[in-house]
Design a protein around this ligand. Structure first.
Ligand code: TNX
Length: 534
């Protein structure tokens, strides 16, 4: 008994000691189990890559790219793992029982990366990249056996490209970084009041009108008088570009979930097609930030036809099981005085305008479901009744998420208090203008969904977490990177690593080391994390 008791006490202590040790490699997110082996492996131009299955050829190519990116020579591939001096990639769901899990074994003869699935193999390679040092013709990889798998099935980061537009090159870079930190989902916020960013062939005015705004507010709406930059701003991704990005992400085991906002945040679409609004317009693409009264008309059947046609093209481009249809911040101002909306409300005996919004979302859900896909909506879709199969993204705190779980709906937690990377991250006076909230790194790291109260029934519905990158104040690629990193890395760890192994000071230690990869990739991350904690 004594032995058992000592063992029970010593086991968590050893994990704690491991987590507290400065010698721990700078891995983010922290793996579930890390065991050092005595020796090290050196990747040289003679090292070969072995892809155990044909389905891993692309991932083998990525590994080769990572080696080259680190100053190494292109490695040759070979069919069988024999002898020594190779890096083998294998899928084996028996050896690695958890989805997206991997086993990485490094000794002086070889590196073996075994994944439950292709995702697992790629995650293992990201760990490998974070371990290596040196470069050129001799990249050193210290010996470890790492047995690892994710805490949450859904690990997402969003990006709003409406308020500010980012080129395809930036989107790809972002996807690379998401893969590096073992995210598996990129939520692409493609439409909003200030610009429509996806080419829809059936509606050319979405390109010629909705993609553009006359000028952009500088500063915040509250800072009167408003200052505008006076320049026409805009653009959009062509379907060809979108296909390229979707493929790029898929190769990196990242699913892209597109978001097409409805019924609110629709100013840009209304500017292009005024008949979609309650008043008939004219409307303009918004030039400042906020919530706008003009939204899609819920009484007009042609609104639904438009949105269905749009979603047809969207679903043809994005193979994701989920399509995000927004649902947030939809004022009911126009609907209350719109004859068609009121007529619909009476005909369907709907209690109020929230019920009308619920009707709107449910009608769109039926359409999306009829194409074999599911919807995601912001937590406002709870108001007036949840669409039967919807996933809820809980952003106004966790209340919406809790309510949805109680109704046995799938939930993604993204409370603005902890997951909004458009909010300030420090109290320094010189912080560039940001949205009004305050989300320092430690607050992101310290987020614990449902305060850890996840019994089995709850965890069945809690799919995971997501970080939001609203771009009102992301006026450049540099500024976007500064706001997103390293906060996204804190979120990555909370999404991946078991709670009992997480420790903020230890995370900071690893962040100091891991930041070298951000430097190498020339990412303009916020490097203040050492100065102060809140
Ligand atoms: C609320 S979060 C919004 C966005 C803004 C963001 C700014 C959500 C579903 N809607 O439209 O960009 O606040 O923090």
């Amino acid at each position: 008994y004594l032995v058992m008791i000592v063992a029970l006490i010593a086991w968590p202590l050893s994990i704690w000691a491991q987590a507290g040790s400065a010698a721990l490699p700078a891995l983010i997110p922290l793996p579930v189990t890390i065991t050092p082996t005595a020796d090290a492996f050196y990747i040289t131009p003679a090292t070969r890559i072995v892809a155990g299955q044909a389905s891993l050829n692309k991932i083998a190519g990525l590994l080769n790219g990572y080696v080259i990116g680190y100053g190494g020579k292109s490695l040759s591939k070979t069919a069988v793992a024999a002898g020594s001096d190779f890096i083998s990639l294998t899928i084996d769901s028996t050896a690695v029982p958890y989805k997206e899990g991997y086993l990485l074994h490094i000794d002086k003869k070889a590196i073996r990366c075994i994944g439950h699935d292709a995702g697992g193999v790629l995650h293992g390679l990201q760990t490998l990249r974070q371990l290596w040092s040196g470069g050129g013709n001799s990249i050193k990889v210290p010996g470890y056996t790492i047995d690892d798998h994710p805490r949450f099935a859904y690990r997402g980061m969003a990006l709003d490209v409406s308020r500010h537009l980012f080129p395809v090159s930036f989107i790809k870079k972002y996807i690379d970084l998401l893969a590096l930190y073992k995210f598996n989902t990129f939520h692409w916020h493609l439409t909003d009041d200030q610009g429509w960013r996806i080419e829809i062939k059936q509606y050319p005015k979405l390109q010629s009108v909705a993609a553009w705004r006359n000028e952009t507010l500088i500063g915040h709406k509250k800072e009167l008088p408003h200052r505008f930059d006076g320049k026409r701003y805009g653009g959009y991704y062509t379907q060809q570009q979108i296909k390229e990005v979707v493929q790029y992400a898929a190769d990196r085991q990242i699913t892209i979930i597109p978001e097409i906002e409805m019924p609110g945040h629709a100013s840009a679409a209304l500017a292009a097609y005024p008949a979609l609004g309650c008043t008939g317009g004219p409307y303009t693409t918004a030039t400042y930030w906020g919530v706008f009264d003009d939204v899609y008309c819920a009484g007009n059947d042609s609104t639904f036809v438009f949105l269905q046609n749009v979603l047809d093209e969207v679903m043809a481009l994005f193979p994701s099981a989920y399509i995000h249809i927004g649902g947030d911040e939809c004022p009911k101002t126009r609907w209350r005085v719109c004859a068609k909306c009121q007529q619909r409300k009476r005909a369907l005996r709907l209690a109020d305008e929230h019920a009308l919004q619920s009707y709107f979302i449910q009608r769109m859900e039926q359409y999306v479901n009829s194409k074999g896909r599911h919807i995601i909506g912001w937590d406002e879709i709870l108001e007036g009744g949840l669409a039967p199969n919807a996933t809820v993204m809980s952003w106004r705190g966790e209340e919406g998420g809790k309510a949805a779980i109680a109704q046995h709906h799938r939930v993604i937690m993204t409370p603005e208090t902890n997951c909004y990377f458009d909010y300030y991250q420090s109290l320094y006076n010189e912080e560039p203008l940001a949205a009004g909230g305050f989300t320092p790194l430690q607050k992101v790291y310290g987020y614990e969904p449902l305060a850890g109260n996840t019994d089995n029934a709850t965890s069945d519905y809690l799919a995971g977490v997501e970080g939001q990158a609203w771009s009102e104040y992301y006026t450049s690629e540099k500024q976007a990177a500064y706001m997103i990193f390293p906060r996204a890395m804190a979120l990555a760890e909370l999404a991946w690593t078991p709670t009992k192994q997480r420790n903020y000071d230890n995370f900071l230690n690893r962040l100091r080391g891991e930041a070298r990869l951000l430097k190498q990739e020339k990412i303009n991350y916020d490097a203040h994390f050492d100065d102060i904690t809140y």
